[in-house]
Design a protein around this ligand. Structure first.
Ligand SMILES: *[C@@H]1O[C@H](CO)[C@@H](O)[C@H](O)[C@H]1NC(C)=O
Ligand SMILES: *[C@@H]1O[C@H](CO)[C@@H](O)[C@H](O)[C@H]1NC(C)=O
Ligand SMILES: *[C@@H]1O[C@H](CO)[C@@H](O)[C@H](O)[C@H]1NC(C)=O
Ligand SMILES: *[C@@H]1O[C@H](CO)[C@@H](O)[C@H](O)[C@H]1NC(C)=O
Ligand SMILES: *[C@@H]1O[C@H](CO)[C@@H](O)[C@H](O)[C@H]1NC(C)=O
Ligand SMILES: *[C@@H]1O[C@H](CO)[C@@H](O)[C@H](O)[C@H]1NC(C)=O
Ligand SMILES: *[C@@H]1O[C@H](CO)[C@@H](O)[C@H](O)[C@H]1NC(C)=O
Ligand SMILES: *[C@@H]1O[C@H](CO)[C@@H](O)[C@H](O)[C@H]1NC(C)=O
Ligand SMILES: *[C@@H]1O[C@H](CO)[C@@H](O)[C@H](O)[C@H]1NC(C)=O
Ligand SMILES: *[C@@H]1O[C@H](CO)[C@@H](O)[C@H](O)[C@H]1NC(C)=O
Ligand SMILES: *[C@@H]1O[C@H](CO)[C@@H](O)[C@H](O)[C@H]1NC(C)=O
Ligand SMILES: *[C@@H]1O[C@H](CO)[C@@H](O)[C@H](O)[C@H]1NC(C)=O
Length: 851
């Protein structure tokens, strides 16, 4: 069986398992290509469906898709001179293509996608060969001919798993006189296309057959029934289909633990030419402790230990393997014969360092199965016996329940992940930015309600985390197993608030109380649980052993986010006529804000202190959330914005004043996104005129995602290095992370200037930023349940600005004049200063002077 299979085979075997239909988005073709003797950043030949021929003298094809795409890679073979192998690589950024593993492998979680960013296609027939696995996100692809043959492709590309609408054709839009700002807007808009997935477009990576589970190269996903097992012996039957088989023991809920790979004798006809015989030699057991057997930048594992076997390991033959965990070490047998003993000492060391991800002990934790790169194997008849002889577990691995147990079920909810290629987890904190970006661009609200519904399927109903949802449910896992994922409920407590604020912003933009009504009890339960974290003495957000992403307990950032969340949700409570709840949340928000001002305002610094126990430091997250929540008054806001200079570092701003001033400090577009929103809000609502920091964020920081071709992905990034603005976190980083896309919702709301003042834009204000960004024009479309609001403004010569707005019936707009002397004229009516009602629907043209 080849690694790549034809479409016919694919549909036949998949349909049996798959409950939700695949959503077709068509094929994505390359934008530009280059054919040559090496790969190149300058792939400049436009792709116009011409056929492409690889030969031993031109063995390299570089494909540039232009911007990030997601899908199932394919080649359509028109002709080949003989059996042909090609090595195909994928990456978000160009430099990764120069690395043997590209920007992978993704060993953090299975993600219902390819763990590897390099795969080999074995081509023997004409027609389409499509990868078994999804590649979640890439701009680049390369093809390297491995055989001494020639092959001609009539087409090459990806069977897209995501929509690919040009941002100016999306339902909501923004453009301006600054091309870089327009492209910054586009980053978030494109990003939520690839970072959200339809039910049906991520299927199981396991194939269940009557003789066990068939596993192609993939990071192990662990048995969720076995997380409490310790000091056991795990045995299973395995048959190598190609090159090797792999398993893990003593892992956590994530695949961090003792990892084993057993390789075959590599028969010539069935071994891919680029099999790395140094990394995985034939007839060998490879052991490592950690993520797997290769390091991937920030995800480090231990060192590989090699156990060459005295016997030949045949393909297409069943072997009985057992791994016994004892205090002394791991004892591996093959058909009853010991083949390796790994002393536990070094694993213990790594178990301790990786405790956050693993089981914390080298002899405790779950097990799972997954062969290494380009390997394929069957696994069946798994039996686990405790060291006292009691059988703990038995599974022949032939039923679909295996998918639930090993958290590799087909995706049956349309959801948004943190990133397209990585982590592919439904991080609920990231949902805040994702929701707002979708509302300001693609309007794929099915993904928003899908993520909300999916989150609440996981909501705890009892125990210490009753009301909470897990911070990062993984694709393929089943909420029925939520108790086994208990460790995901207690981390990053403020992610609960960010998820709730995502919901609050959905309601603010859509007024869709109907769509949210089924979740009202869930929302209330989640808020209720959060309110128990208010410290009765300080009045700030705290909690025993609590850890917040945005800053410390009893601190300004996390408390202000809670105040913001509660205020944002008050109109939702009112929509459900739940006035006691509206009053409680409003009062609590008021008392949280009062506590921040009472306990944490630091007049000497002119900014809120980080926390009660760290009064000398401060953070831009607290500056952002105290402004966004209405906690800071105009004087405080102006003082804090002036203070931003001390957080300036390299191309942007560091998050906390104590962050090191290093070129290698990771700057966060996530936290800077909250700040960008706050800076414009302070400008609009609190009279903080100075927009230097906002402009710096756009011109020096976000621009780096646009202007550097070797890193450009067309989508927003996870982190940037302070020194040069290159992607942070090295090749592990995600260059399609919605959390880095805040400008997509900030620019329409403030720079174009259309903002909802009641849910669903029933009332709205038009308050554009005419000064301070060097723009002379902006226009865009804001989508409301009543219809679109189309707006624009243009600065003409002679101190005149012309504004236009076309709003739907059922909404009421107000023009906010930029100063007391500004004069506006509309339909023959003149108005000076303050606010001007734009009565009725239809097109309004406004001329403004002295702005
Ligand atoms: C290439 O083929 C695709 C799909 O058949 C088609 O949509 C597209 O217009 C073609 N492009 C050119 C430049 O001919
Ligand atoms: C590759 O194929 C060509 C043509 O069939 C032949 O002349 C050449 O010797 C082959 N080279 C190798 C390295 O096998
Ligand atoms: C794309 O992949 C899906 C899912 O495997 C499949 O059903 C569909 O036929 C494929 N489309 C094309 C054009 O290959
Ligand atoms: C390639 O595919 C052919 C035809 O299915 C098969 O005979 C051969 O073993 C495969 N080679 C490898 C290396 O998988
Ligand atoms: C093969 O593996 C070795 C050892 O891990 C590594 O140094 C080398 O870069 C790998 N080569 C390729 C082409 O992957
Ligand atoms: C990973 O990196 C660590 C630290 O540099 C090193 O000790 C280890 O040997 C590496 N592991 C592999 C598999 O290369
Ligand atoms: C490993 O297991 C085998 C078979 O049970 C046993 O004979 C051998 O003594 C064990 N080795 C160690 C080091 O425990
Ligand atoms: C054997 O060990 C298992 C797992 O630790 C435990 O549940 C069981 O009670 C033990 N049985 C006996 C007879 O001690
Ligand atoms: C919320 O509190 C503010 C400040 O006390 C008050 O003005 C407002 O009326 C309250 N709103 C509700 C819905 O209780
Ligand atoms: C703003 O808050 C500061 C600090 O609490 C206070 O000193 C100042 O009077 C307030 N300003 C206004 C205008 O309320
Ligand atoms: C505007 O703010 C920036 C950053 O805080 C500061 O450097 C600059 O001096 C301010 N400009 C004015 C005119 O106050
Ligand atoms: C930090 O980065 C800047 C900009 O790339 C460079 O000029 C400077 O030399 C770097 N500093 C250090 C210490 O590497």
């Amino acid at each position: 069986m080849g690694f790549v299979r034809t479409i016919r085979l694919l549909t036949a075997s998949k349909l049996l398992q798959q409950a939700t239909a695949f959503v077709e988005y068509g094929d994505v073709s390359p934008a530009k290509i280059n054919l040559g003797s090496t790969i190149t950043l300058d792939a400049t030949t436009p792709y116009t469906n011409q056929s492409i021929t690889l030969t031993p003298s031109t063995p390299f094809l570089t494909i540039d898709y232009g911007t990030e795409i997601a899908g199932l890679p394919f080649v359509d073979v028109a002709s080949l001179s003989g059996p042909t192998q090609i090595e195909v690589k994928y990456s978000e950024q160009y430099p990764a293509l120069l690395e043997p593993q590209s920007d992978g492998p993704w060993v953090f979680f299975n993600g219902l996608s390819n763990t590897f960013r390099v795969e080999t296609f074995n081509l023997t027939t004409k027609g389409r060969s499509e990868s078994f696995f999804i590649q979640g996100g890439q701009r680049w692809e390369t093809v390297r001919l491995l055989t001494n043959t020639s092959v001609t492709f009539s087409a090459i590309g990806m069977n897209s798993t995501a929509a690919r609408v040009s941002p100016n054709n999306m339902p909501a839009t923004f453009t301006s006189s600054n091309d870089v700002y327009d492209e910054i807007y586009n980053l978030g808009a494109r990003c939520v296309e690839v970072a959200c997935v339809d039910a049906g477009n991520a299927v199981s990576t396991f194939e269940i057959t009557s003789h066990g589970v068939l596993l192609r190269n993939q990071q192990a996903s662990l048995s969720i029934k076995s997380t409490s097992f310790a000091n056991y012996s795990m045995s299973f039957m395995t048959k190598i289909v190609r090159s090797g088989t792999g398993w893990k023991v003593a892992a956590g809920i994530g695949p961090y633990g003792a990892s084993f790979i057993l390789t075959s004798d590599y028969p010539t006809d069935n071994t891919l030419l680029n099999t790395n015989r140094t990394l995985v030699p034939p007839n060998t057991l490879v052991f490592n402790y950690g993520w797997w057997i290769v390091n991937q930048t920030t995800l480090e594992s231990g060192w590989n230990q090699y156990f060459p076997l005295q016997q030949t390991i045949k393909e297409d033959q069943w072997y009985d393997i057992s791994t016994t965990l004892t205090a002394a070490g791991y004892n591996v047998t093959l058909d009853g014969t010991p083949i390796a003993f790994v002393p536990v000492a070094e694993a213990a060391l790594l178990a301790a360092t990786g405790a956050r991800f693993g089981s914390g002990s080298p002899t405790a934790g779950s097990f799972g199965f997954g062969p290494f790169q380009d390997e394929i194997a069957y696994v069946k008849d798994v039996v686990v016996v405790a060291n006292n002889g009691t059988e703990l577990y038995r599974n022949d691995m032939t039923t679909n329940e295996v998918l639930t147990e090993y958290s590799v079920q087909d995706l049956e909810h349309s959801i948004c992940m943190d990133g397209a290629k990585r982590d592919r987890l439904v991080w609920i904190g990231d949902f805040y930015h994702t929701a707002r970006i979708i509302l300001a661009s693609t309007r794929r609200t099915d993904y928003l309600l899908g993520t909300v519904g999916y989150g609440y399927l996981w909501q705890m109903t009892e125990g210490p985390f009753a009301g909470f949802v897990p911070i990062s449910p993984q694709l393929g896992s089943d909420p029925a197993n939520k108790d086994a994922f208990i460790s995901q409920y207690g981390g990053l407590i403020d992610y609960q608030d960010l998820f709730l604020s995502g919901i609050g912003n959905y309601f603010r933009a859509t007024g869709d109380s109907q769509g949210l009504s089924q979740y009202w009890p869930n929302i209330k339960a989640q808020v209720a649980r959060r309110l128990t974290y208010v410290d009765p003495v300080t009045g700030l957000m705290a909690g025993e052993d609590a850890f917040y992403f945005l800053g410390p307990v009893n601190g300004s950032a996390a408390t202000a986010l809670s105040a913001y969340t509660l205020r944002l949700l008050v109109p939702l409570a009112e929509a459900f006529s739940d006035l006691p709840t509206a009053t409680l949340w409003n009062n609590t928000a008021n008392s949280l804000s009062a506590a921040i001002n009472r306990e944490l305002w630091n007049p000497a610094l002119g900014v809120y202190s980080l926390s009660l126990t760290d009064r000398g430091n401060f953070s831009l997250t607290a500056i952002a959330w105290t402004i966004l929540s209405g906690t800071a008054n105009a004087t405080q806001a102006a003082s804090m914005v002036a203070k931003m200079d001390t957080l300036r570092l390299g191309v942007g701003y560091k998050t906390i004043s104590s962050d090191p001033n290093l070129n290698t400090t990771n700057l966060s577009p996530n936290t800077c996104g909250f700040l960008l929103d706050a800076l414009f809000k302070a400008h609009r609502d609190l009279g903080v005129q100075n927009l230097t920091v906002a402009r710096t964020l756009l011109d020096d920081f976000w621009s780096k995602m646009v202007t550097v071709d070797e890193y450009y992905s067309g989508t927003s990034w996870e982190y940037l290095y302070a020194g040069n603005g290159a992607p942070g976190l090295d090749l592990f980083t995600s260059l399609a992370h919605p959390w880095g896309g805040a400008p997509t919702y900030v620019l329409p709301e403030y720079v174009l200037g259309i903002a909802a003042t009641s849910p669903g834009y029933k009332t709205w204000e038009f308050a554009p930023v005419l000064n301070g960004l060097g723009l002379d024009h902006a226009e865009g479309t804001v989508v409301t349940p009543y219809g679109d609001i189309n707006a624009s403004w243009q600065i003409l010569g002679g101190g005149v600005v012309v504004l236009s707005v076309n709003a739907p019936a059922g909404t009421q707009g107000t023009l906010v004049l930029p100063n007391d002397n500004a004069e506006a004229e509309c339909d023959g009516w003149k108005h000076r200063g303050g606010k001007m009602q734009l009565s009725g629907s239809g097109m309004k043209k406004i001329t403004m002077h002295r702005w």
